[in-house]
Design a protein around this ligand. Structure first.
Ligand code: HEM
Length: 392
């Protein structure tokens, strides 16, 4: 296995994540220098321990120069840096995060459990009535936004606009910028009409936020809305599609879950580890430092390949097996440290609702045709998952 592989080459992801490539890299060393064909130069961290250090040590590894690798120049200034949670370091990061956090606490999102069950039940019910279909288009794409719509302040008539914009936003090209632009334009309008509104959704919560005597600027509010909406759309869709595929491809594990021999909470963590929808996060070193024996220079871009760290054999026994009752399960799928995913509790509520609906159904689903993967280093997700309805 060549270790000179270019991890940004989209062809590498045509059949999902390149786990064999990452395994060979991990076995050689946890940190590798990469120069992509498209010009992007960075350190690729493929091991769990080194990855965790990069994510948690924000004093050395800043988020203000971008949190995702770019194809060409990782050192170019990032629009939004210092003004939205994912691109800000403490202490301002703490203010921005506290401003939006009340919407996503475990207590706040637990209330969405019933709605999540209803939405999952209705989408799966429709799929069953049609005898099957594409699980990605019919269920995974629609489910997360339908559950989050009220929190995000998106009425039913605007759902397709936001879905379209967020699906474009993950593209690391101009097409992607147009997606972010549309989300921000949407929230800029909301800002104009919702000021003084007593509602408890994303915009009104941010408008009402006060920390250390400071309020958020309009620019910070709109950028933070973009951060939350984009972060919670594609990844959540991918985990839903990926979770079903994992279960269909592992019938014995699926059967154990259906028969109650596996605890649903453990299964959720393992499905998060297994699917790893966010392939990587990026940081930039602010000073020279040692990382797992490698010298990193100030200004160097460093990418943690989360999906690789989640298969590190020094941390996970049988990392390439789907073990639904795996415990402990210190996966990095939702990040770590100050930027740990704000949507973590909500993601777990949504996965639980989906699994319970699948477990309790009196019919099951089976793969009708091979799935189609999004061929990109930016996200690990399915484009299509054709399924048919079969007896349980
Ligand atoms: C399976 C689904 C999800 C995955 C895999 C995921 C993954 C991640 C990861 C890896 C980070 C850390 C980024 C970094 O360290 O630079 C993150 C941050 C974040 N996520 Fe998620 N996420 C998911 C769902 C959601 C949902 C549903 C929401 C919200 C509705 C959300 C909102 C956020 C926000 C706002 C941040 C930035 C937090 C900060 O910088 O303090 N995510 N997510």
């Amino acid at each position: 296995m060549s270790l000179t592989v270019d991890l940004l080459d989209s062809a590498l992801y045509a059949d999902g994540n390149p786990y064999e490539v990452w395994r060979a890299m991990r076995e050689a060393r946890p940190v590798h220098h990469q120069v992509a064909k498209t010009g992007s130069t960075y350190w690729a961290v493929v091991g769990h321990e080194a990855g965790r250090r990069v994510m948690t040590d924000w004093k050395v590894f800043t988020s203000t120069r971008g949190a995702m690798l770019r194809k060409d120049d990782n050192s170019a200034p990032y629009p939004g840096a210092g003004k939205m949670p994912v691109l800000t370091d403490p202490p301002r990061h703490t203010d921005l995060r506290r401003a939006v956090a009340p919407l996503f606490t475990p207590r706040a999102v637990a209330k969405l459990g019933t709605l999540a069950r209803e939405v999952a039940g209705s989408l799966l019910g429709g799929l069953r009535e049609r005898g099957g279909g594409d699980f990605v288009t019919d269920v995974a794409t629609r489910f997360p936004l339908a559950v989050q719509a009220e929190i995000l302040g998106v009425p039913p008539e605007d759902i397709s606009l936001i879905l379209d914009a967020t699906s474009r936003s993950v593209d690391e090209t101009e097409h992607g910028s147009s997606g972010h632009h549309d989300v921000m334009t949407y929230y800029l309008k909301a800002l104009g009409t919702r000021r003084g509104d007593a509602g408890r959704d994303l915009v009104t919560t941010l408008l009402a936020a006060r920390y250390r005597g400071l309020t958020l600027s309009d620019e910070e509010i709109v950028l933070t809305c973009d951060n939350v909406v984009v972060a919670g759309s594609q990844t959540a869709q991918h985990v839903v599609g990926g979770a079903l595929l994992a279960l269909l491809e592992h019938p014995a594990a699926w059967q154990a879950l259906r028969e109650g021999r596996v605890d649903v909470d453990s299964a959720i963590e393992e499905l998060l580890r297994w699917t790893s929808p966010a392939t990587h996060v990026m940081r930039t070193a602010v000073c020279d430092t040692e990382l797992a024996g490698t010298t990193i220079r100030a200004g160097d871009a460093v990418a943690v390949w989360i999906a690789s760290a989640n298969r590190d054999a020094t941390v996970f026994t049988d990392p390439d097996e789907l073990v639904l009752d795996r415990r402990p399960n210190p996966h990095l799928t939702l990040g770590a440290g100050a930027h740990f995913c704000l949507g973590g509790p909500l993601t777990r509520v949504m996965l639980r609702a989906l699994l319970e609906e699948l477990i309790e159904a009196d019919t099951s689903l089976a793969l009708a045709n091979p799935p189609g993967w999004q061929s990109t280093y930016a996200a690990n997700g399915l484009l299509s998952l054709p399924v048919t309805v079969v007896p349980a």
